[in-house]
Design a protein around this ligand. Sequence first.
Ligand code: FMN
Length: 174
Amino acid sequence: MKKEINPFDYAGDIIKALPAGILLTSEAEDCVNAMTIGWGTLGIEWGIPIFAAYVRTNRFTHDLIERTGEFTVCAPLGKLTKEAAKVVGLCGTKSGRDMDKLAKAGVHLVEADIVRPPAIKEFPLTLECRVVFSQLQPINDINRRFEKFYVPNTAHSEPHVAYYGEILKAYIIE
Ligand SMILES: Cc1cc2nc3c(=O)[nH]c(=O)nc-3n(C[C@H](O)[C@H](O)[C@H](O)COP(=O)(O)O)c2cc1C
């Protein structure tokens, strides 16, 4: 069962969960994927509720969102359990290009109501999002304070694309 919510009533839960990692699912053709995100912004632009995710261009997730323009944000309610932390670890270190992370994690997928990427029972706080704007963040335009996030010839060399997803529906899976 899904209990519909106002996402801003759970802003604290979402933002506080981010540093430990929450999940973002994406889907194209037959491929469903989840990646861990530690950065994100919840707010309002153009008079609509927005979740902005920041995805490096080398992520498989980037390819999937570019193809479909949809993603689902899946956060834990309360403290991350040991089991959920393992899923966050797996989805934050392996690429969906190489394996089916969600099958490996053994989580239960729940069909989303509006978008294609699924929700996840074990990460019940859910935002279904459709991209209304996206923008590459050129590394040269970013304050030098943050250059440690962009180290040439490493897994962290690529810039981020900011995906502004309109929150079409928000709920808690019960
Ligand atoms: C705690 C944590 C937070 C992360 N946050 C982000 C993020 O906000 N943006 C990003 O591009 N990668 C982030 N990553 C790295 C991706 O989750 C990781 O590269 C993942 O393997 C990409 O999966 P994919 O290739 O299937 O998309 C994070 C990893 C961890 C462990």
